[in-house]
Design a protein around this ligand. Structure first.
Ligand code: ADP
Ligand code: MG
Length: 274
């Protein structure tokens, strides 16, 4: 299997879009799987109370399990809740349990409520020498305190955009939230990547949406587009990424290509800024 360049330092990417069903979790799981297979050590932090990323990675997230919830509200160390995935030996997962649904409210009264994930992650990355090359944070479909914690913990935002009629609606709100976080809480945060998902090449509409996104974000939008494919939607119920479920499928191929673009771009950006 092909080997991709590793980043000079851990890259922390938040996968966010306040719309549900646009492919956030699918993107987190499949990019993570692709990068792990290509030689990187990868952690997925599931920040959605639904726990879909945990399920897809074969990690137990029943309510009695310790999860990212205890990290956020009870200062449990991240190391205590990191679990190996069934997907790949270099891919770990911090699961979410349903308790996380209450965290939006519980966090409000806590000290440094926006920084709790950042602190836990920074502590973990500082203690372990090069624990991970990539950390992906899978956000819930909202712009509440869980997503704010993800924005503060990350350096990069990756927005999956579904190629359909209302795709760009709500995007300006998401962008202004990212700007606010950058201004007040995390000056390093930037929108690094946009990935077009669930693309149906047979419709003019999908082509128009894709073009519109590229016009607005020529630098951030990946060349690779993820097609709509049944294999992609089947894989999670087998506790697998589409890459291990059906390696040769178009969904697998496109997620592997998207991962390669992200890996190569990261290397380029860093060289340029040095
Ligand atoms: P989100 O995390 O943004 O809510 P998901 O990743 O859970 O979105 O995707 C929503 C639904 O669409 C899921 O049932 C998923 O399996 C399906 N899906 C995601 N990407 C694709 C794709 N490329 N082709 C077909 N179905 C997809
Ligand atoms: Mg999701």
């Amino acid at each position: 299997e092909s080997v991709l360049p590793l980043p000079p330092a851990t890259r922390v990417l938040t996968i966010s879009n306040q719309k549900g069903g646009v492919g956030k979790t699918t993107t987190a799981v499949n990019l993570a799987a692709a990068l792990a297979r290509s030689g990187a050590k990868v952690l997925v932090i599931d920040l959605d109370p639904q726990g879909n990323a945990s399920t897809a990675l074969g990690v137990d997230h029943r309510s009695e399990q310790k999860s990212v919830y205890e990290v956020l509200v009870a200062d449990l160390a991240l190391a205590e809740v990191i679990r190996p995935s069934t997907e790949h030996e270099r891919l770990d997962c911090v699961p979410a349990t349903i308790h996380l649904a209450g965290a939006e409210i519980e966090l409000v009264s806590l000290v440094a409520r926006e920084q709790r994930l950042r602190r836990a992650l920074d502590t973990h990355l500082a203690t372990m020498e090069r624990a991970y090359d990539y950390v992906f944070i899978d956000c819930p479909p909202s712009l509440g305190l869980l997503t704010i914690n993800a924005f503060v913990a990350a350096r990069e935002v990756l927005i999956p955009i579904q190629c359909e009629y209302y795709a760009l609606e709500g995007l300006s709100q998401l962008l202004s939230n990212i700007e606010l976080i950058e201004k007040h809480l995390n000056p390093e945060l930037r929108l690094s990547t946009i990935l077009l998902t669930m693309y149906d090449s047979r419709t003019n509409l999908a082509q128009q949406v894709a073009q519109e996104v590229r016009d607005h974000f020529p630098v951030q939008t990946l060349q690779t587009i993820i097609p709509r494919s049944v294999r992609v939607s089947e894989a999670p119920s087998y506790g697998q990424s589409v890459i291990s479920y059906d390696f040769a499928s178009t969904g697998s191929l496109s997620y592997r290509e998207a991962a390669a673009e992200i890996a190569r771009r990261g290397a380029v950006t860093t060289e340029e800024s040095n």
